[in-house]
Design a protein around this ligand. Structure first.
Ligand SMILES: [Mg+2]
Length: 271
C-alpha cells in the first residue's frame, strides 16, 4: 500500500514572487521579483521533506484585454524555469483566470481546480496551503488542510480557527516549521474564576481564556520572560533564572514546549 501523499498548495503572487502594488499583475519580465528567501526555503523543502508541491493561483481576467496571456507567460515561465534550476518542481500549476464577481467555484477559496486532491489518495489533514491572503486560509479550510499565512502578525487572525497554524513573513520559518517534527503541548486549567486552555506547537500557540483568544508567538513568550524578570527585582536568583530562560528561548525553542506552556499559563493567570 502506498503512503498517502502530503501536499503543499502554494500561492504564487505575494508568496513566491512579489505582487506589484500598482496593478497586482506580473505582466512583464521587469515585474518579476522573487520574495526574499522563498527560493532557498523551497529548495530545502523540496530536498528534505516529502511534500508534493502544487501551485494554485488566481489570475484575475487572464486572457482578457485587461491581462492578455502573451504578457503573462514569459514572466511565469521564467519563474518556473528559475525554480526548476534549483530542483524545485511543481507537480501541477492550477491557474484560475476568472474575475471575483463571476464567483466561479474554481477561484480560490473555491476548490473547483483541486478536486483531484479531494478525492485522491492524499493526506489533506497533514497538507498545507501557503499564501498571503485570507482566501488562501479559507482554501485550506475548504480542503480540510492547514494554512500558513505570509503576513504581518495580527492578533485578530488568531480567532480564525485551527486551520491557521503559522503566520510569518519569513520563508525560513516556514521551512523550519515544515521540516521539524511537530511538538505540541496542551494544558488546561479550570477553576471557578477561570478556564484557561493553552496549546503550543513550537512556532505558535493560542491561549483560549473564557471566550477570548490571544495569539501567543515567540515574541509574546519572550515578553513574558521580561515581565517575570521585571517582577522579580531584588531577587538575583530569580533574575538569573529568567535571563537564562529568555536566552534559551531566543536561541530558538529547543526548550521543552510543556515547560513553556506552564510558564505562559502562569503569566496569563497573573496578568
Ligand atoms: Mg497571493
Amino acid at each position: 500500500m502506498h503512503a498517502m501523499k502530503k501536499v503543499l498548495f502554494i500561492d504564487r503572487d505575494g508568496t513566491i514572487i512579489a505582487e506589484p502594488l500598482s496593478d497586482y499583475q506580473v505582466d512583464s519580465l521587469d515585474k518579476l521579483e522573487f520574495v526574499p528567501k522563498a527560493i532557498t526555503a523551497l529548495y530545502n523543502i523540496a530536498r528534505q521533506t516529502d511534500y508534493e508541491l502544487v501551485m494554485v493561483t488566481n489570475q484575475d481576467g487572464l486572457g482578457t484585454d485587461s491581462f492578455p496571456e502573451e504578457t503573462f507567460w514569459p514572466a511565469h515561465n521564467k519563474m518556473i524555469k528559475t525554480l526548476a534550476g534549483e530542483g524545485i518542481h511543481f507537480s501541477a500549476v492550477h491557474i484560475d483566470k476568472s474575475f471575483e464577481h463571476e464567483q466561479l467555484p474554481t477561484r480560490k477559496p473555491g476548490t473547483g481546480m483541486l478536486t483531484t486532491y479531494l478525492h485522491g489518495n492524499y493526506d489533506l489533514a497533514n497538507s498545507y496551503v501557503i499564501g498571503d491572503r485570507l482566501t488562501d486560509v479559507k482554501l485550506a479550510r475548504n480542503m480540510g488542510a492547514k494554512a500558513i499565512l505570509i503576513a504581518a502578525h495580527d492578533s485578530s487572525l488568531a480567532s480564525l480557527d485551527e486551520t491557521l497554524v503559522l503566520i510569518t513573513q519569513d520563508w525560513e520559518e516556514i521551512y523550519r516549521f515544515l521540516s521539524l517534527p511537530v511538538r505540541k503541548a496542551r494544558v488546561r486549567r479550570t477553576t471557578k474564576e477561570t478556564d484557561i486552555l493553552i496549546e503550543l506547537n513550537l512556532c505558535q500557540c493560542f491561549v483560549h481564556r473564557k471566550q477570548k483568544t490571544i495569539a501567543v508567538d515567540a515574541p509574546f513568550i519572550s515578553q513574558c520572560f521580561s515581565i517575570c524578570f521585571a517582577k522579580s527585582k531584588g531577587c538575583i536568583f530569580y533574575r538569573m533564572v529568567f535571563i537564562y530562560m529568555q536566552v534559551a528561548f531566543n536561541l530558538y525553542m529547543q526548550v521543552c514546549s510543556r515547560m513553556l506552556c506552564k510558564l505562559v499559563q502562569h503569566v496569563v493567570e497573573k496578568a
